[in-house]
Design a protein around this ligand. Structure first.
Ligand SMILES: Nc1ncnc2c1ncn2[C@@H]1O[C@H](COP(=O)(O)OP(=O)(O)O)[C@@H](O)[C@H]1O
Ligand SMILES: [Mg+2]
Length: 231
């Protein structure tokens, strides 16, 4: 708790236009946003308001048309593709609406895949670390299950275990509760909230579900690509 605030993400004056000429679509317009360690920021807004575009830019998967992006104090705006790939690998964990688990791999294999030897403290093998994460998320009994044998709530928890196991400072979740019933959705949000605080991560959760409000440190409302602080 006494740790100084650390900057995990800064977007400044970010705009994104897809395409050009008459067919161009401006998905984001002059978005400024920062996320510190221990914060869980909820981004809400209607379909088409630019939420996924914002997350994709924050996660170094897409470049803004205008503006700057900083991840963990590193300005990535003009970074070349191979360095960007390293930022994505080392700093960012994604949680998707559709889980994105590899179907042929078990839960523990899905999680251990992202653990670099470097991040595993040298000693503990990736598989053991993956098992610890699954245990933390209450999924020990599912370690050797394939995704098709798991419920949607379990799959989403494996996806969160994977994002946390990577030891990424920035966790980006795009509609992580959209495929879950309200009880499971509640659990998943509580977990993201708790881990953000415990591990001093920066978390952005995008959703159009008003129930995520209670877990957020801050709520931002996105409308037609423009962001507004919300209470
Ligand atoms: N790859 C793309 N090419 C062209 N237009 C896109 C692309 N991705 C998104 N858009 C457009 O940008 C706007 C914002 O989309 P998106 O970021 O997906 O919003 P949300 O996630 O809030 O639904 C929408 O008008 C959408 O049609
Ligand atoms: Mg979206």
């Amino acid at each position: 708790m006494s740790e100084p605030q650390r900057s995990i993400l800064k977007l400044e004056g970010v705009s994104k236009t897809y395409g050009s000429g008459e067919l161009s679509v401006t998905a984001l317009e002059n978005v400024t946003l920062s996320v510190n360690g221990g914060e869980i920021v909820a981004i809400m807004g209607p379909s088409g308001s630019g939420k996924t575009t914002l997350l994709t830019i924050a996660g170094a998967l897409l470049r803004p048309t205008v503006g700057s992006v900083e991840v963990c104090g590193i300005d990535i705006t003009k970074m070349g593709e191979s360095k960007l790939a390293a930022i994505r690998r080392d700093k960012v964990g994604f949680v998707y609406q559709s889980f994105n688990l590899l179907a042929a791999l078990t839960a523990v294999e899905n999680v251990s895949l992202v653990i670099h030897k470097r991040a595993s403290n040298g000693r503990t093998p990736p598989t053991d670390r993956a098992l610890e994460w699954l245990d933390t998320l209450g999924l020990s009994h599912r370690a050797n299950s394939l995704p098709k044998k798991m419920s949607d709530g379990e799959k989403q928890r494996v996806a969160i275990a994977r994002a946390l196991a990577k030891d990424a400072d920035l966790i980006l979740a795009d509609e992580p509760t959209a495929n879950l019933d309200s009880k499971r959705g509640h659990e998943v949000m509580q977990l993201l909230h708790q881990k953000a605080i415990e591990l001093n991560k920066g978390v952005i959760v995008v959703s159009h579900d008003a129930r995520i409000r209670q877990f957020a440190s801050r709520i931002l409302w996105l409308e037609d690509g423009t962001i507004r602080e919300h209470e």
